[in-house]
Design a protein around this ligand. Structure first.
Ligand code: DX5
Ligand code: ZN
Length: 218
């Protein structure tokens, strides 16, 4: 089976016990770090100073998801901190391809994310400018929402296009991913799975990661 990545979202972690929470997910592939600015989404989390401390502390590489306006101003700074991947939103970027190139130039994987209602056709011709494409499976802003199955046709279209072009781009899903939904996203073509409440809400996060990985492979 192809590689599958499980990226727990620390949005569902206890923020004042962050070092302990990070230690609980050492079996993960990346830690997903949700940056929100209360403009692009109606919620606020943390910024570069906190992410730098997470980078210093985390046993696994960082997968930063920027739900912010003006990513041109902020995204390269997260790459400079050492985040393994930095994903900005297509809806917020003025020139997505040139921003992706700037992120790669700093050594990060470049990601672009789309909200549930945003079409993905404009990405087809530039797939290889990105290392990952994040198809949001909820409206961004909050953890614990229900997976939206009507986002799956977009994922299928991206997967078909990536196959057709022989692209190595990773296809990520985020929102409502758990043991009962991960298989349908995998079947539609996702290979990289963000899970917040399904991991940090579990009694044993390490076991939850193993269970998710197992279901994504079926
Ligand atoms: C939502 C965030 C997600 C969130 C997922 O806007 O981008 O990463 O943490 O949380 P769950 O897995 O609980 O839906
Ligand atoms: Zn996210």
């Amino acid at each position: 089976a192809a590689a599958v990545r499980i990226n727990p979202s620390i949005l569902a972690a206890d923020f004042v016990r962050m070092a302990d929470e990070l230690a609980r997910i050492a079996a993960a592939d990346f830690v997903h770090v949700d940056v929100m600015d209360n403009h692009f989404v109606p919620n606020l989390t943390f910024g570069p100073q906190m992410v730098e401390r997470i980078q210093d502390t985390s046993p696994v590489p960082l997968d930063v998801h920027l739900m912010i306006d003006d990513p041109e101003r902020w995204a390269p700074g997260y790459a400079e901190i050492g985040a393994a991947s930095v994903t900005f939103h297509l809806e917020a970027a003025r020139e997505p391809v040139s921003l992706a190139r700037r992120l790669r130039a700093v050594g990060a994987r470049a990601g672009v994310a789309v909200k549930p209602a945003t079409p993905v056709e404009s990405l087809f011709d530039v797939l290889d400018e990105f290392d990952q494409i994040l198809v949001m499976t909820v409206e961004p802003g909050f953890g614990g929402q229900s997976f939206m199955p009507d986002t799956m046709p977009k994922l299928r279209a991206l997967a078909a296009e990536a196959r057709r072009r022989g692209s190595e781009v990773w296809l990520q899903v985020d929102g409502g991913i758990g043991e009962s939904t991960i298989a349908q996203a995998a079947e539609a073509g996702a290979d990289t799975f963000v899970a917040g409440s399904a991991v940090f809400g579990a009694a044993h996060p390490e076991q939850a990661i193993v269970a998710l990985r197992d279901r994504a492979h079926r």
